[in-house]
Write a protein that binds this ligand. Structure first.
Ligand code: AMP
Length: 494
């Protein structure tokens, strides 16, 4: 596989940033030590000067003639203790204020500055290098910031996570609780279908809350229950991000109480429905305050009759905002469909992986056994590949995702369930080794690349049977797709 200079240099920059920080820290220590040394030397020099004036010659002589015991005495003299200084903050350390975050107004774009957000949140937004709202943020925030419920049709890659987090964090910061608060009673609850997605949301929430005094706790299966419980043992919890199963465990054991939830977010509702989580989610929603006493935001990439029904059942006079999938899927992702026989698929895959511009790849397959077989075969070729599927432990999944992020792995093979939660910038290619049974999954898969404004390429390897499923995808995208034969060189033996 070739190296993508853009990615490599981005990673490099990150590493350099960290290094620079380290070096700075070291430099600072070095500087400190130096200053002390200079001071110490200064003192010595002054001493010498005084003696110098007295009589250099006699001093030298005296030193030479000094009895040994005297020298010893001097050496043994205990070091003087530094006096305790109560340090005030340096006067030049200016407290952050909004004047340090300048973003020029641009016609047709909404700035976060125009939304009257708390300074501590704006500071977090600046650290994330967000300047203008993404379309979903620009449309939904003016409503949700006023306390309205919202139903959002948007998928990952649109900035929907920040959209619901920014309104929720603002609400928590601007409405103090008047009654007494107790442990294990969150003020906001975010429910997501997969562990990866919940982890990503919790990570984003922590980043946005970096300067706000809000405590975020993650509750997902496959990780230590006690550790998650302990995160709420001594500190009031503000925001809980959870998957339905683990949340129900907490509720059943009475380790978490949802009756004080002011903000509820249900993310990827369609996926929760597909995964059979709706009975659990219904129980969770019932445990929160009445519909008028909480603010509810529900997001889904697709809305069939069932999702719509639930959305209306769980929200109150909600505004509906939609970011059309074609805006997401087709704008930044170049979609290719190669017609290929089943026998030639693996050969085509390997040749694709060997292309120079193919640097960070996610391969999707429909079933676990297919992902496992692909993983084994690609690994044998010496390609740095990882695997994500339902049977892999959470710890291993997290490590694998981290390895793809940092470049220790170049390729990842995944099933839809876990693949959907992957949020990694810089994925250059998504390869569909098999076409998903469900057209919505296709849109989700290709949304793993072309993220955050970058260009991405999605290549689907369709055998003759799979080609029949293309019209359903075309309907969803509202766009005609062309299926072509792969170039000869991609079918040569590898
Ligand atoms: P999401 O759709 O929530 O998964 O977000 C997709 C990516 O867009 C994430 O990497 C976010 O950090 C990034 N993002 C979200 N909002 C903005 C924004 N306003 N400006 C730039 N990047 C953003």
């Amino acid at each position: 596989m070739g190296q993508d200079p853009t990615n490599a240099s981005q990673e490099d920059t990150k590493i350099q940033d960290v290094k620079v920080e380290d070096t700075k820290a070291q430099d600072a220590t070095a500087e400190d030590t130096k200053t002390q040394d200079i001071k110490a030397e200064g003192t010595k020099a002054e001493d010498v000067k005084v003696e110098d004036t007295a009589n250099t010659q006699s001093e030298t002589k005296a030193q030479q003639e000094k009895p040994e015991s005297d020298t010893k005495k001097q050496q043994e003299k205990p070091a003087q203790k530094r006096p305790n200084r109560a340090r005030k903050p340096r006067s030049n350390q200016k407290k952050w204020d909004i004047s340090q975050f300048e973003v020029a107004p641009v016609e047709g774009k909404r700035r976060f500055h125009d939304l009257n957000l708390p300074d501590v949140l704006m500071h977090g937004i600046q650290d994330l290098k967000f300047e203008y709202c993404s379309p979903i943020q620009g449309e939904i925030l003016p409503h949700t910031l006023q306390g309205f419920d919202a139903i959002g049709k948007a998928q990952t890659g649109t900035g929907k996570t920040a959209a619901f987090l920014i309104s929720l964090i603002t609400d928590l910061l601007t409405h103090e609780v008047e009654h007494e608060r107790y442990l294990a009673e969150p003020r906001a609850l975010i429910v997501a279908p997969t562990r990866e997605l919940a982890m990503q949301i919790a990570e984003d929430a922590k980043k946005l809350c970096k300067y706000a005094d809000l405590h975020v706790v993650l509750m997902v299966g496959g990780m230590d229950y006690t550790k998650q419980k302990n995160a709420m043992a001594t500190k009031l919890v503000d925001i809980v991000v959870a998957t339905p199963g683990r949340l129900i465990d907490f509720m059943t054991r009475k380790d978490l109480h949802l009756d004080m939830v002011e903000n509820l977010v249900l993310d990827e509702a369609d996926r929760m429905l597909d995964m059979g989580f709706i009975p659990q989610v219904k129980r969770i929603v019932r445990a929160t305050p009445r519909i008028e006493s909480r603010q509810t935001q529900l997001f889904s990439a697709t809305f069939n009759y069932d999702v719509l029904e639930l959305a209306h059942q769980w929200t109150h006079e909600a505004v509906s905002i939609e970011v059309a999938p074609e805006n997401v899927a087709t704008d930044t992702v170049d979609q290719k469909f190669y017609m290929v026989s089943n026998d030639d698929k693996f050969k085509l895959l390997v040749n694709l992986l060997k292309q120079d511009d193919v640097t960070k790849v996610i391969i999707f397959a429909n079933r676990r056994d297919q992902t496992q077989r692909l993983y084994d075969r690609v690994k044998k070729l010496g390609i740095k590949i990882g695997i994500l599927s339902g049977e892999i432990t959470q710890q291993k999944r997290t490590r694998t995702l981290e390895d793809l992020k940092t470049g220790k792995l170049d390729v990842l093979v995944a099933t839809d369930v876990v693949g959907r939660g992957i949020h990694i910038d810089g994925v250059t290619h998504v390869i569909n080794y098999t076409l998903p049974d469900n057209p919505e999954d296709y849109v989700h898969r290709i949304g793993r690349t072309g993220r955050a404004g970058a260009e991405g390429i999605a290549i689907t390897l369709a055998c003759e049977y799979e080609a029949f499923e293309m019209p359903a995808i075309e309907d969803l995208l509202g766009k005609k797709l062309t299926c072509e034969l792969p170039p000869e060189e991609l079918l040569k033996p590898y």
